[in-house]
Design a protein around this ligand. Sequence first.
Ligand SMILES: *[C@@H]1O[C@H](CO)[C@@H](O)[C@H](O)[C@H]1NC(C)=O
Ligand SMILES: *[C@@H]1O[C@H](CO)[C@@H](O)[C@H](O)[C@H]1NC(C)=O
Ligand SMILES: *[C@@H]1O[C@H](CO)[C@@H](O)[C@H](O)[C@H]1NC(C)=O
Ligand SMILES: *[C@@H]1O[C@H](CO)[C@@H](O)[C@H](O)[C@H]1NC(C)=O
Ligand SMILES: *[C@@H]1O[C@H](CO)[C@@H](O)[C@H](O)[C@H]1NC(C)=O
Ligand SMILES: CC(=O)N[C@H]1CO[C@H](CO)[C@@H](O)[C@@H]1O
Length: 281
Amino acid sequence: MHLSPSRLLATTLTLLPLTNAECTRAALLQTVDEYLQGLSMGQAGPLQNIADDFLNIENNKTIPIVSGIIGNILKIDYNHTIVDMLSCATFTELVSSHSEKPWVIGTQIRHHPVDNSVYLIDSVVSTTGDWFFNASKTLHFMQNESWAPLDKPESRTTLLAAADAYLDMWTNATAEAAVPWGTPCDRLEGSAYTGQGLMNDTCRVGVPTNHAQKPNSGRRYVVDESVGAVSVLCVFEHMSPDAADSHLFRLEGGRLRFVHTITRMSSAGVGNPYPPSARRG
Ligand SMILES: *[C@@H]1O[C@H](CO)[C@@H](O)[C@H](O)[C@H]1NC(C)=O
Ligand SMILES: *[C@@H]1O[C@H](CO)[C@@H](O)[C@H](O)[C@H]1NC(C)=O
Ligand SMILES: *[C@@H]1O[C@H](CO)[C@@H](O)[C@H](O)[C@H]1NC(C)=O
Ligand SMILES: *[C@@H]1O[C@H](CO)[C@@H](O)[C@H](O)[C@H]1NC(C)=O
Ligand SMILES: *[C@@H]1O[C@H](CO)[C@@H](O)[C@H](O)[C@H]1NC(C)=O
Ligand SMILES: CC(=O)N[C@H]1CO[C@H](CO)[C@@H](O)[C@@H]1O
């Protein structure tokens, strides 16, 4: 069939928006900067390009962003971000240790690829009283690790399989054998570390043996092949009450090198990011 010039023009015009329909790394990192700026200022104002269907989830509960952690003024000591271009998402871990109210936070931010607008900020927010919480220790250990880009990126399939095998250990007796344990491997569980001469640089300690437990459910992934990292937010249903959890894994040469965990474990449980006394103003 022969296309008339006007038909051709129409086709070109229809296709034009599609050429813009892609996730950009700069836009993802821009939002992370804005989010960190917002936390530093104690307000959501710096966040631009928010989608109409935006949701803010903290510790497995949907709450207005202004009622959440961003209402506190944080002095951020450390931040580290991985970027998932396929899912158009990022994961950022950050530590704020120098105050009466210290925080260790893991945040996934998801964007619509069409216009890079933010439709979800999904965080695990931990503070005093949470699982092995000690922000200055966490800061010290995090700052000592290298998460630099790998010479040879890890495949998405390898990263997802490793993360799932690890998180399946609570319910599946054969999952432990499927985890690509590395040597050395350092796990930072809250502030409890297996590196720096503390536990012989092994991550294969304290692994669950009671496989009748409830699952680590509702897993949300952010995968960065270039640094061999995968972030998973989920709910630890085997804790009582349910605990909001963040696991960040780093593989090197296909083997597990680092594991970071942040687990919201207060008596208030999932859905109560922090007590009212922690709020600003
Ligand atoms: C986040 O970390 C980067 C270095 O990785 C640093 O340049 C930046 O200032 C940090 N941002 C904040 C808000 O602390
Ligand atoms: C955190 O750990 C450091 C180093 O072990 C210790 O000196 C400090 O007292 C701990 N902080 C709290 C609040 O427990
Ligand atoms: C971590 O600390 C050790 C000494 O305890 C040092 O040899 C190593 O270079 C440090 N690594 C990084 C990435 O800071
Ligand atoms: C348990 O884990 C193994 C190893 O990853 C896997 O092959 C198997 O399918 C899992 N079983 C269930 C019930 O998920
Ligand atoms: C580290 O390994 C040595 C030698 O195998 C062992 O004696 C020691 O108990 C181990 N330390 C820890 C904390 O597991
Ligand atoms: C808001 C939210 O994400 N709620 C989830 C909390 O965790 C349970 C168990 O995984 C889910 O069923 C909820 O959807």
